[in-house]
Design a protein. Structure first.
Length: 246
């Protein structure tokens, strides 16, 4: 799944079109059905911003397009007129560059969904203490690994980062949210924020537990475990020997 840092890189790439009057088209019928190309064609792109796992494109006249890539979607920026494989959902053409959105799957004119997201872990002014306070608005009985992925609490954290952050913090993803101290959550979010910002800048972290089930924990040598967690049943990875679960 594309994580927040992937979206931030896409937002940076799309920046080459900011300030340009855009020619828009939707070669793919599903893309055309969203009405986005018709709505933005001929308008100037004013800003592109990643918030959590959403990419927001703001056009003149207050028009905002929301893109969420889920598992399949992607954005690519290429020289105007370059060949595109398949039939993109949306092509935004400027003078020299074009941005190509493929496979949706969520592409829509924004109707306020953004207000329902929690604070973005990567926002320039984000403070770990405030992010921890936002996280603690969740149900105290919910597993910490689930709470971290709830975009309505804190936006931008995906499964890989949740696993790696919890290992660094020595907290189990199964620990009830209410059993983690505010200071522990602030330290966890501070680590996540720093590591994700480094990733935006191109420095990929070494994975300690994510997708390493059965291999030895780099800290204590016990085998790393994994299992599905929560309603979405996303696979959590952790070391039961050195990550506290109560
Ligand atoms: Zn361990």
């Amino acid at each position: 799944m594309p994580e927040g840092d992937v979206l931030h890189r896409a937002a940076l790439a799309l920046g080459v079109l900011v300030g340009e009057r855009i020619e828009a088209e939707s070669p793919n019928p599903r893309g055309a059905a969203t009405g986005v190309a018709r709505a933005v064609d001929g308008r100037t792109l004013e800003a592109v911003e990643a918030v959590g796992k959403n990419l927001y494109l703001r056009f003149e006249g207050g028009l905002v397009v929301r893109s969420h890539l889920r598992m399949t979607g992607r954005w690519r920026v290429q020289p105007r007129g370059a060949r595109s494989a398949g039939r993109p959902w949306l092509v935004l053409r400027g003078g020299a560059w074009e941005a190509v959105q493929s496979n949706g799957p969520v592409l829509e004119l924004d109707r306020g969904s953004r207000r329902r997201l929690g604070p973005d872990v990567l926002a320039p002014a984000a403070d770990p203490g405030e992010l921890a306070a936002a996280l603690r608005r969740g149900d105290p009985g919910v597993a910490l690994g689930e709470a971290l992925l709830d975009q309505h609490l804190v936006a931008g954290i995906g499964n890989m980062w949740a696993a790696e952050g919890l290992w660094q913090a020595r907290l189990s993803p199964t620990l009830p949210l209410g059993s983690a101290a505010p200071g522990e959550l602030a330290a966890l979010l501070d680590w996540l924020r720093r590591a994700m910002l480094a990733s935006v800048a191109g420095r990929r972290p070494e994975r300690r537990v994510y997708r390493r089930a059965g291999r030895p924990c780099p800290r204590c040598g016990e085998p790393i475990g994994s299992r599905g967690l929560g309603d979405a049943n996303r696979t959590a990875y952790w070391c039961a020997a050195c990550q506290r679960d109560r």
